[in-house]
Ligand binder design. Structure first.
Ligand SMILES: NC(=O)c1ccc[n+]([C@@H]2O[C@H](COP(=O)([O-])OP(=O)(O)OC[C@H]3O[C@@H](n4cnc5c(N)ncnc54)[C@H](OP(=O)(O)O)[C@@H]3O)[C@@H](O)[C@H]2O)c1
Length: 398
């Protein structure tokens, strides 16, 4: 049995910790060679370094590196900054890079990993939204694979194994609906960050939790799915499924559909990505119930249409995908700025989606332009989206 060398970017986050739980359970197959994080949780990062003994630990800045001090075990090299991250994943020594950084900050490391021929286990959907076609071209050129970690995309990846691409009729992404699915819309103006991040079925980082509350997460996932699986946005539907047990569905032209079911624990899609094309024994700590028991415990499985008036974010993302050019990158960047402003108390929850819509309106008035051809072109659209989002935010108090 061969052991794969793995770099975990965003090691101290929700997906990073779940990835390390998988690695902990499969030490014969996975060797953690690199742990990277921003460095805001130095004690936890040091603890992980003592447990996994990676070759390198990387944090975002010299200050963060100083905070780790002498906490790392002997033999673990500590480096810092963006270039250190690119060097670590771009050496060709790493077999698999798990990218669980938040936001478009994950784009350059993802591109460097693919260019160096490493497979990419992708949680960082924002990188795919900003530059999906570029990342796919890099993977094709080096012969590496992009394996989705998002549970919906892992579900589609599994279901697609049941047929040929030309036999696919449509993809159905399921959405939990987030914490505000049934909340009185009149009260959303005063929704707090604590309420917006209290997700009913998943325990996730703050940014993706807010994206789930606005349903922008599903919009980003629609763009991600289109780029990953080469399926037009018009053939991707979104359906609300509050139990989060059916993780997505592929419908084939013959009328048969394949839905994927598992517990709502991120170790399942992460392990699928890390083990593909094999299937390993079930994640540690997961309930040993049969899937039928899981379904019975839910007592019923609901599927509802998205209320587009209440939740316009998926429609905005669909329009940005159809528009192409820099629109997806600008949408993502504007959303990152607006979510940050909400989480830091600068603007109300109800400002987030209008800010993104305002930036897209400005984008629509720009001269055309094709899809970004390079990471730098995608990053230029990212910067454009950020600066326009700051202007659009101002009247909301941001
Ligand atoms: N959470 C989920 O269940 C889930 C599911 C599907 C997809 N995703 C996607 O996975 C990504 C991570 O989400 P999450 O919920 O795990 O986030 P999270 O809990 O907030 O963790 C983010 C991680 O990234 C690190 N980080 C942030 N910025 C960085 C930078 N510039 N350089 C290096 N490291 C950086 C953080 O380091 P510090 O700890 O030092 O701050 C932390 O380790 C997001 O793109 C999200 O959309 C998440």
């Amino acid at each position: 049995m061969s052991q794969r060398s793995v770099a975990v970017l965003g090691a101290t986050g929700s997906v990073g910790e779940a990835t390390l739980a998988v690695a902990r359970n499969h030490p014969d197959r996975l060797r953690v060679s690199v742990l990277a994080a921003q460095g805001t949780r130095p004690a936890r990062l040091a603890e992980l370094a003592r447990e996994f003994r990676p070759d390198r630990v990387i944090v975002a800045s010299a200050d963060r590196a100083a905070a780790l001090g002498g906490e790392l075990p002997d033999g673990v090299r500590l480096t810092c900054g963006d270039q250190a991250l690119l060097d670590a994943v771009g050496t060709g020594d790493i077999d698999l890079v798990v990218t669980a950084i938040v936001g478009a900050a994950g784009l350059q490391p993802a591109a460097a990993a693919l260019a160096a021929g490493a497979d990419l286990a992708l949680a960082n959907k924002e990188a795919m939204v900003a530059a999906g076609p570029v990342l796919r071209r890099l993977a094709a050129a080096s012969g590496s694979s992009i394996l989705p970690i998002d549970s919906e995309h892992a579900a589609i990846h599994q279901a697609l194994r049941a047929g040929r691409p030309e036999e696919v009729r449509r993809l159905v992404l399921t959405a939990s609906g987030g914490p505000f699915l049934d909340r009185d819309p009149a009260t959303l103006e005063t929704a707090t960050p604590a309420e917006a991040t209290a997700h009913p079925t998943w325990n996730m980082g703050a940014k993706i939790s807010v994206d789930s509350a606005t349903l922008m997460n599903k919009g980003l996932e629609l763009i991600e799915a289109s780029y990953l699986f080469d399926v037009a946005g018009s053939r991707i539907d979104i359906v609300i499924h509050p139990q989060s047990l059916v993780h997505s569905i592929v419908e084939f032209r013959c009328g048969n559909g394949i839905a994927q079911i598992s517990a709502n624990d991120m170790q399942y899609p992460i392990q699928y990505a890390l083990s593909y094309p094999e299937r390993w024994s079930r994640p540690a700590g997961s309930a040993s119930t049969h899937l039928t028991e899981l379904l019975q415990a839910a007592s019923r499985l609901e599927f509802r249409q998205v209320d587009r008036g209440l939740f316009p974010a998926p429609s905005l993302a669909r329009a940005a995908l159809a528009r192409g050019g820099g629109a997806p990158a600008a949408l993502n960047a504007a959303n990152e700025i607006a979510v940050d402003a909400f989480l830091s108390g600068g603007v109300p929850f109800t400002a987030i989606v209008p800010v993104v819509a305002g930036v897209l309106e400005r984008h629509d008035r720009q001269a055309g332009g094709g899809d970004p051809e390079t990471v730098d072109e995608a990053l230029a659209w990212d910067s454009w989206g950020r600066s326009h989002a700051r202007e659009v935010l101002a009247p909301f108090g941001g």
